[in-house]
Design a protein around this ligand. Sequence first.
Ligand SMILES: NC(=O)c1ccc[n+]([C@@H]2O[C@H](COP(=O)([O-])OP(=O)(O)OC[C@H]3O[C@@H](n4cnc5c(N)ncnc54)[C@H](O)[C@@H]3O)[C@@H](O)[C@H]2O)c1
Length: 365
Amino acid sequence: MPAFASAAHQPHDAQRIELPDFDHERVLVVTGARSGLVIIVAVHSTVLGQALGGARLWAYDDWQDGLADALRLSAAMTLKNAAAGLSRGGGKAVIVIPRGTTLTEEGRSAAMLDLGDAVESLGGSYMTAEDVGTSAELMAVVALRTAHVCGLPPEQGGVGEPADATAEGVLAAIRSTLQRLDGTDDAEGRHIVISGLGNVGSRVARALSAAGARLTVADVNGARRALADQLGAAWVAPDEALTTQADLLVPCGLGGVLTSATIAGLRVKAVVGAANNQLADRTGARLLAGRGILWAPDFVVNAGGVIYLDAASRPDADLDGIARRVDGIADTVTRVFADAEASGITTLEAAERLAAERLHRPLTV
Ligand SMILES: NC(=O)c1ccc[n+]([C@@H]2O[C@H](COP(=O)([O-])OP(=O)(O)OC[C@H]3O[C@@H](n4cnc5c(N)ncnc54)[C@H](O)[C@@H]3O)[C@@H](O)[C@H]2O)c1
């Protein structure tokens, strides 16, 4: 008897769920035979090649919230992979943990085996990888059921987790943003707020601290305060991070952080960070521009991980070449800023246009 089946199918409040537009090639929703958890695999596009995107293991009030997340995140992966110049489409997997449930080690492994079966059933249209709540070690469990998985631990013949490359890409984007703001990309003496000190945020924080930036940091997990103390960074509550006066806000937690209310309260010159889907909705891009706050689109900024996973998983992997491509995120961000200004459009529209050029789709702007 699956352990979580009844909890995963709680009745939902139809008012609460906002499903994004559906223009996906294929979406699979299954109840895992071993775990009883709802597993969603959204293949948004394979126009440029096999869809690539991580698998998120996260708590939701309702499985349909997980579905909404998978639909949004997979569409963002199409844009990300296209804008990064990869021959990859966009996809994402979400494994729904019913809120309030604690997953045991066995439950986690069962969920990964179920995910492997779901991915395998798609016949190679989607390749999975780690994301929030999963890890390189868990990808090795997925690999017991499908070959369409990357980012296994190096000791198991994999390329490891992508957080180093993601953080390098975020740092490259921060340099471009500082350059655009003040004509120099030097972080020394800049006041930078980082919200979320996980795999990516902690790496970005260490690097910016080493570069002489003044840091204010926040995380919903109080245990992360130890890193703040170690780096001599000011520690604030997550809400306060969004109203702190500084040069940059670097969101490295979860998505949806930029709502009309939080945008109204921002006191920074620019927002540039790793978190996926930072805008609660796309009107946020215009609100940010209206307030004179420069926003570096998340799917351009955080592409370092997927660039690494795509290139490092190939037999002819060239690590120097990968590092150069990750560093190239700086040029892409610079181009997005310039295109937005030249065309009088938002940075979101400019980044989408860049991706659309590769996807050969009609331009959205
Ligand atoms: N890991 C990667 O290579 C990668 C690649 C691309 C995008 N991203 C995105 O970057 C973000 C961070 O990824 P990660 O791998 O570091 O995840 P992670 O789970 O290791 O870290 C996220 C951190 O954010 C904190 N957090 C969650 N909600 C928060 C909030 N409201 N305010 C402040 N802190 C909050 C968590 O406690 C955690 O410490 C995610 O949105 C992820 O999707 C990550």
